[in-house]
Design a protein around this ligand. Structure first.
Ligand SMILES: C[S@@+](CC[C@H](N)C(=O)[O-])C[C@H]1O[C@@H](n2cnc3c(N)ncnc32)[C@H](O)[C@@H]1O
Length: 274
């Protein structure tokens, strides 16, 4: 059976084009997922969030507590909560927090999620607050999918990571290393990898490297995932071969979505160190 549901009347016209992709974002969309205009173009597609959570689990099998720094609609938080004991989601936008908390209920992981409404740019300047956060939550890894400034990033030849919002790459990483040595960032596919390498060496020493995985969904590049921390430097690609990377099967989608081939949804990845 194919679902042919019209775009809801109250959906912002600027994001109508994302409506056919709703099950890519949340396979349980019809069970009452909450979205808002920003979330339509910023939620991590579910199959990618599942892949990342499983990849991190392969690298850090004993990890218990996750931090999802810019938790948005909960796309990543939910998948971390599924595989780890607890995930703390942080977001500046109260409405996004409400959506994420509700979506965690839809996915039956609300009891493993804690959402905190704060501005990381302000909070991360407070050394004492960071230290208290570290002691209270005992985070094993910190993930961040910062805002990329809307879909316009695609038109840039190279995404300047010193312009990353809400903090430039160096400051963002520095703040996250104060919480844990295991840090993961989801960044635009056209990110300046030379900058990434330089910042890594400045913060962690001349020999330090970041592992970068180029993620594709249905053959289309979606972004890069960058990993810092010894646990991520071992080759876990073989472990992943034993893990089912498909998302939960959602209902079939209607036609007319040029970007998605529902019959052939799959994640590809290539790894390199910088
Ligand atoms: C790309 S979205 C994250 C999407 C999320 N990973 C998901 O799958 O739903 C980026 C989020 O960062 C939040 N954000 C932006 N600036 C922030 C700040 N200074 N402190 C905390 N959150 C911030 C935004 O409100 C937005 O929800």
């Amino acid at each position: 059976m194919r679902y042919k549901r019209a775009v809801p009347a109250d959906m912002d016209a600027r994001v109508h084009k994302y409506w056919p992709q709703r099950y890519d974002l949340f396979s349980r969309f019809d069970e009452g997922v909450w979205m808002n205009t920003e979330l339509w173009f910023s939620v991590t597609p579910e199959s990618m969030a599942i892949f990342l959570s499983k990849f991190i689990k392969c690298c850090l099998p004993d990890a218990k507590n996750a931090l999802d720094l810019f938790s948005g609609g909960g796309g990543n938080t939910i998948q971390f909560a599924k595989l780890f004991d607890k995930c703390v989601g942080i977001d500046i936008n109260e409405e996004n927090i409400e959506c994420a908390a509700h979506n965690a209920e839809v996915y039956d992981v609300a009891n493993k999620c804690e959402f905190i409404n704060l501005d990381w740019k302000v909070f991360s300047k407070d050394k004492k607050a960071l230290q208290e956060f570290k002691e209270q939550h005992k985070i094993d890894f910190a993930f961040a999918s910062p805002p990329w400034g809307g879909p316009g990033y695609k038109n840039l030849e190279s995404f300047d990571l010193s312009q990353l919002q809400p903090l430039p790459l160096k400051k963002l990483l520095k703040s996250m290393f104060k919480i844990t040595e295991n840090v993961i960032l989801f960044l635009p596919r056209n990110s300046d990898l030379e900058q990434l390498s330089q910042v890594t060496k400045k913060l962690l020493g001349k020999q330090a490297m970041a592992r970068v995985i180029h993620l594709k969904l249905d053959g289309r590049p979606k972004g890069i995932c960058c990993f810092w921390g010894d646990a991520f430097m071992t080759d876990h690609m073989r472990d992943l071969a034993n893990v089912d990377l498909q998302s939960d099967a959602g209902p079939e989608q209607e036609d007319g979505n040029e970007d998605v081939d529902e019959e052939n949804k799959d994640i590809d990845y290539d790894g390199l160190d910088y």
